[in-house]
Design a protein around this ligand. Structure first.
Ligand SMILES: [Fe+2]
Length: 256
């Protein structure tokens, strides 16, 4: 117990070490043009194939404004609404740092954007994935609460040497989850919402499995981070995912 407390405290004090200035003024005209291109084609591709709070978030956060968003401008809208704040990071952060950030309503966004030559291939998530994919749903009060809960669960799971349980739960909900909305299958996860290739694939391919979402199944279902997912978990609704994860305690996560 003592050791768990120490580990958690260390993680919570270290996440600040990964934060860098966004240096918004360093983005070039070409960078801004790449954002505009990605934004325009993704909004058109998604249409209404994504849960509706995502589209509400895009409007609320004014993500259609041309160019790469600056984190201060986003935070000026996001923080008063749900208490979430974005910070810039230079690339992927370790899981323990990521979950510690989420547990404090901090979302890390890459301080770089892909090139025009790499529109559909990413070695590490860039600011288009992070800002377009993730931030709109963090303007939704209950989803915001749920994401913080995943952070807390992740911190506890890592302290118990069971980090992959929390990583799989996160992956099958926040990143690659699907959910029904008024009976229709919709994209929920940021990895799908921000992907040109996988958005339609996840909804329409006949080659993948789509299994009902439960926290138990999510915790035990492996995933791919280097290819399209071979299976997606489908919630009865966005609200079901939120309820199930908010009801999950660290003790139950570790016992599932
Ligand atoms: Fe992501």
């Amino acid at each position: 117990m003592l050791q768990e407390t120490i580990t958690r405290d260390q993680a919570l004090t270290r996440w600040q070490d990964y934060v860098v200035p966004q240096c918004w003024e360093s983005f070039t005209d070409e960078d801004h043009a790449v954002w505009d291109l990605l934004f325009a084609r993704q909004v058109e591709l998604l249409g209404s194939r994504v849960v509706s709070p995502f589209l509400d978030g895009i409007d609320l956060l004014r993500l259609s404004h041309p160019g790469v968003p600056d984190v201060e401008g986003l935070n000026a809208i996001l923080e008063p609404r749900t208490g979430w704040r974005t910070v810039a990071v230079p690339g992927l952060v370790p899981d323990e740092i990521f979950f510690a950030m989420l547990s404090e309503r901090i979302f890390p966004v890459g301080n770089f954007i892909r090139t025009r030559q790499q529109l559909d291939y990413l070695e590490a998530p860039d600011c288009f994935h992070d800002m377009f994919g993730h931030i709109p749903m963090l303007a939704h009060h209950d989803f915001a609460e749920m994401t913080q809960q995943i952070g807390r669960l992740g911190v506890a799971a890592i302290a118990a040497d069971e980090g992959p349980r929390a990583a799989r739960l996160y992956w099958h909900s926040v990143e690659f989850g699907l959910a029904r909305e008024h009976g229709e299958l919709k994209i929920l996860g940021a990895g799908l919402a921000s992907s040109f290739g996988e958005a339609h694939f996840s909804l329409e391919s006949e080659e993948v499995e789509r299994l009902p979402f439960s926290v138990e199944r999510a915790v035990h279902t492996p995933y791919r981070h280097d290819a399209f997912q071979p299976r997606y978990l489908v919630s009865q609704s966005l609200e079901q995912t939120i309820r199930d994860i908010l009801d999950l305690t660290p003790e139950r996560l570790l016992a599932l």
